[in-house]
Design a protein around this ligand. Structure first.
Ligand code: NAD
Length: 351
């Protein structure tokens, strides 16, 4: 049994990690989350009654509160997921991305280091700080090739630049101060509890309501898609067993163009939520102005995590997408609260 501090544990991926930890492991979890527009305690509801889970509403950039959290909870592992995460919002308002992803990560690293230095040698040997990041830090690929752990960092959006900065800080805190850091960079996630500003949930909900399905540019941008529960399993493995000072790329081996993703959603919606008033959902597709600086293609070589840690995705894109569509159809209360309040589906990041 370990004590694991999960920052951003009320977000999309963080909550999948926490649900996995509580359901599949004996560990104790402290979630530290500011509850921004993207943080939602409903995401933790399935495990909220478990006495091994505790919750602290706090900003990772608040050094005093972080210091207290480290002193009281005495984490053996930190999984750092708290971030501003939406590229389009980073185009409209980069300041929050600089503040949380860079300054907040710096504060967290400092407090993790202070805590680490206070530990006896045996506990120091077991301590890990897991920096969770994105493949977007590597920039854009052309038609061929894959990102590996040695790909150079070439971030293009304010979001990916801020994540790249925090990866560099984590790396430096390892090399300079000896903090035991492990890093991972993952491709696009999808699945349950995904905030409906992101492509897949936005398209599912618009298709359900017969609204237009806005596809950026020509829809030819390619992403590699990974089901969030596969990512959560990978993260728990990396946090526990990854080699210190190393990074691991995580991906689903499921490259799809945005248009292919939207067409697949249309097909599933026609089958699972037929609505004679709407007709075939593909008719709702509209090509809209592209995202400024839109990276063409991301794709991941995940052979290192497979070789070293024995991880492989369990969902194919088809099986994972069908489960996701069914989840949104069965959980209208969850997204209804978001769609009627904090985010109503408007276009973000048009530049
Ligand atoms: P999300 O936006 O759904 O969740 C982020 C969480 O962090 C929210 O609960 C939010 O309240 C919290 N948070 C934000 N600022 C905070 C602060 N200053 N202090 C404390 N908490 C704060 O994001 P996500 O999609 O779950 O992504 C989680 C992490 O994984 C991020 O670091 C992101 O960069 C990374 N990542 C995401 C993807 C993806 O496809 N979504 C892919 C690879 C990596």
């Amino acid at each position: 049994m370990k004590r694991i501090l999960v920052t951003g544990g009320a977000g999309f991926i963080g909550s999948a990690v926490v649900r996995h930890l509580i359901r599949q492991t004996p560990h104790q979890v402290l979630v530290v989350d500011k509850l921004t527009y993207a943080g939602n305690r409903d995401n933790l509801e399935p495990v909220s009654n478990d006495p091994r889970l505790s919750f602290l509403q706090a900003d990772i950039g608040d050094a005093e509160t972080m210091r207290k959290a480290f002193a009281e909870f005495r984490p053996e592992i930190v999984m750092h997921l708290a971030a501003e995460s939406h590229v389009d919002r980073s185009i409209d308002g980069p300041a929050a991305f600089i503040q949380t992803n860079i300054v907040g990560s710096f504060v967290l690293l400092q407090e993790a280091l202070r805590h680490y230095r206070s530990l006896p040698a045996a506990e120091q040997a077991a301590f890990r700080f897991h920096q969770i990041s994105t493949d977007e830090v590597f920039g854009s690929l052309g038609a061929d090739g894959l990102f590996s752990e040695t790909s150079p960092y070439q971030p293009n959006s304010p979001y990916s630049a801020s994540k790249a900065a925090s990866d560099h800080l984590a790396r430096a805190w390892h090399h300079t101060y000896g903090l035991p850091v492990v890093l991972s960079n993952c491709s696009n996630n999808y699945g349950p509890y995904h905030f409906p500003e992101k492509l897949i949930p936005l398209m599912i909900l618009n298709a359900l309501e017969g609204k237009e399905l806005p596809v950026y540019g020509t829809g030819s941008n390619v992403r590699d898609w990974l089901h969030v529960e596969d990512h959560a399993r990978a993260l728990v493995l990396i946090a526990g067993n990854g080699r210190i000072g190393e990074s691991y790329n995580v991906g689903g081996n499921a490259e799809r163009s945005n248009l292919e993703v939207v067409e697949a959603i249309c097909g599933l919606m026609d089958a699972l939520a037929p609505d004679t008033g709407i007709g075939p959902r593909a008719k709702l597709i509209r090509f809209v102005a592209d995202r400024p600086g839109h990276d063409l293609r991301y794709a991941i070589d995940a052979s290192k995590i497979e070789r070293e840690l024995g991880w492989r995705p369990q969902e194919s894109f088809e099986s994972g997408l069908e489960k996701t569509v069914r989840w949104y159809l069965e959980n209208r209360d969850w997204w209804g609260r978001i769609r009627s309040g904090v985010y109503r589906g408007e276009r973000l990041g048009a530049g």
